[in-house]
Design a protein around this ligand. Structure first.
Ligand code: ATP
Length: 234
């Protein structure tokens, strides 16, 4: 499998504040990566850097062989980065269908395919964004990213605030996107066990740098290591 994404010694932050400190990792075609770490270590900043929303002071971000470090975010979306933000960013005064079609880009994913993938969205297609449950909003947020026909999905705490039954449904959907549809993904998730179940590999951040990298199943099985890295009882 060839490498599609790489952070090469990236130092980045906001204004003069450094959040990511010479951070490095890479992702291969079709691979899913969990970004783990305690609060405030820079997980969201990593995703924001991937989307071009931070100031990169050093290092390079490479996507499919191109140096995209200075690309604006709209160009990154066109190049296949599909962003599912933490706030979900569903348009409240547009219907589900309008939310999906307004950002559509040509490709294999279209309205019918997204509805096939999330039948709940088809049922709710005439409802407004602000009439949806949290789980439905998250499905819509993922559906919107799929409508841009991405090659890589970036998910920032997709399960936050959702009921356990919806979490199961969404985790299965995200896994299916990776396994059946061949989409690569980068997932920031507070719940490490869930994140490790959903991904092939994981990196753990501390103070903006990578302190552990390896297969997700190996980390999930090593409770001592997980507890040492994340301070969680599992
Ligand atoms: N827009 C911003 N401007 C300035 N500083 C910011 C901004 N966003 C985040 N930070 C700072 O960057 C650091 C890392 O934040 P970040 O949200 O990336 O961490 P995180 O690991 O995602 O945290 P959490 O798990 O709590 O969501 C924090 O100290 C935070 O205060």
């Amino acid at each position: 499998m060839s490498e599609v994404l790489a952070f090469d010694h990236v130092t980045a932050g906001y204004g003069n504040a450094v959040v990511l400190d010479r951070l490095g990792f890479s992702l291969r075609q079709g691979e899913s990566l969990a970004i783990l770490g305690r609060n405030g270590v820079g997980k969201t900043t990593l995703l924001e850097t991937l989307m071009g929303n931070t100031r990169v002071m050093q290092g390079a971000v490479r996507w499919q062989g191109a140096d995209i470090t200075r690309w604006p975010s709209h160009r990154r979306v066109r190049a296949g980065l599909g962003w599912v933000p933490q706030e979900r960013e569903v348009f409240p005064s547009l219907t589900v269908e309008e939310n999906l079609t307004v950002i559509a880009r040509p490709g294999g994913w279209n309205l019918q395919r997204v509805y096939g993938f999330f039948p709940r969205l088809r049922e709710r297609r005439t409802n407004y964004g602000n009439q949806l449950s949290g789980g439905e909003q998250q499905m819509l947020s993922i559906g919107r990213a799929l409508m841009t026909n991405p090659k890589l999905l970036l998910l920032d705490e997709p399960m936050e605030g959702l009921a356990p039954i919806i979490v199961e449904e969404l985790a299965a959907a995200i896994r299916r996107l990776c396994e059946a549809e061949g989409l690569a993904s980068v997932v920031v998730e507070q719940h490490p066990v869930l994140a490790l179940e959903m991904t092939h590999r994981a990196i753990v951040l501390e103070r903006g740098t990578v302190v552990h990298a390896g297969p997700s199943n190996a980390l999930a099985a090593d409770h001592g290591l997980l507890e040492g890295l994340l301070g969680v009882g599992v």
